[in-house]
Design a protein around this ligand. Structure first.
Ligand code: AKG
Length: 290
């Protein structure tokens, strides 16, 4: 087998085939996959990865330190009920409950545009999501490329945005996206608010991206509420234009690696509870946006 990369969109998504990460990936192969992910523009679908949870974690560490890893987050005091009981590095997404009535994972996770944990001082770099159980149809995840979206703005708009910063707050999704308390069940006390530049430069590719999202961005600093809402509203509409989107239709054992520094994503919850969906995610602690 040999690693093969094929584009899924001209802009930012590609597919990798011909690798079996469960049976081991040497440093060269891991480096090639990481480079393919950067070259693709932030989203790489690696097909047919029937990985154990341990192997998923081990592979993910090549992308950087992981949220939840006791070795890198020794001060983490609280653990969400959605974290894997045996693997604190794994965040679980599921519409199912265990026999004891506890959720098997977060139901409705990410059913709004967001960039993972942007409310932290050091938000997520990559997220690596592995499909463990899928409905026959539905449960797609949509991604949008905020690098192309930024590039498509006028120079006048870019000039206005570059000096600006926005507040990111974990509770925005809870306040604005849900009628029922899906998000607030999370025990996420701790550093849940951060201020980041609206335009960030990717530390590895040098490309500029918009870095605001409806899930966690509360407002732009220095603007009245109405002004801030109008600018953010324009940016969200702009970023989610069809030409900046890729809609991922999951296949069994897909592993999707996405770059939260330059992409937002949206999990489409269009499948009923009697069609189980279970996903496991590792999340890499990224750099401080600049
Ligand atoms: O379930 C999905 O497809 C994605 C969930 C999500 O938004 C996330 O893991 O950040």
């Amino acid at each position: 087998m040999e690693l093969a990369i094929n584009p899924l969109t001209p802009g930012f998504a590609a597919e990798a085939t011909g690798v079996d990460l469960q049976s081991g990936a040497g440093d060269n192969l891991t480096a090639a996959i990481r480079q393919a992910w950067l070259d693709a523009g932030g989203l790489l679908v690696v097909r047919d990865q029937n990985l154990t949870t341990e192997r998923h974690i081990e592979f993910s560490k090549h992308f950087g330190p992981l949220f939840g890893d006791p070795a890198t987050e020794p001060l983490q005091e609280t653990v969400s009920i959605y974290i894997h009981p045996d693997h604190p590095e794994i965040y679980r997404v599921s519409n199912q409950v265990e026999a004891d009535g506890k959720p098997k994972g977060r139901k409705g996770a990410g059913t709004y545009w967001h960039s993972d944990v942007s409310f932290r001082e050091r938000p997520a770099g990559a997220s690596i999501l592995v499909a463990k159980q899928l409905p026959d149809v539905g449960g797609d995840t949509i991604f949008c490329d905020q690098t192309q979206a930024y590039a498509a703005l006028s120079d006048a708009m870019k000039e206005m945005l570059v000096p600006l910063s926005a507040v990111h707050d974990f509770e925005v999704a809870a306040r604005t996206q849900y009628a029922q308390p899906i998000v607030v069940e999370d025990d996420m006390s701790g550093a849940n608010m951060a201020v980041h530049p609206i335009v960030r430069t990717h530390a590895e590719t040098g490309r500029k991206s918009l870095f605001v999202n409806p899930g966690f961005t509360s407002h732009i600093e220095g603007f009245d509420d109405d002004e801030s809402a109008a600018i953010l509203g324009f940016l969200y509409e702009h970023c989610t234009r069809p030409q900046f989107l890729y809609r991922h239709r999951w296949q069994d054992h897909d592993m999707v690696i996405w770059d939260n520094r330059s992409l937002m994503h949206f999990a489409v919850m269009d499948y009923p509870d009697d069609l189980p969906r279970y996903m496991e995610r590792t999340t890499i602690i990224g750099d401080r946006p600049t």
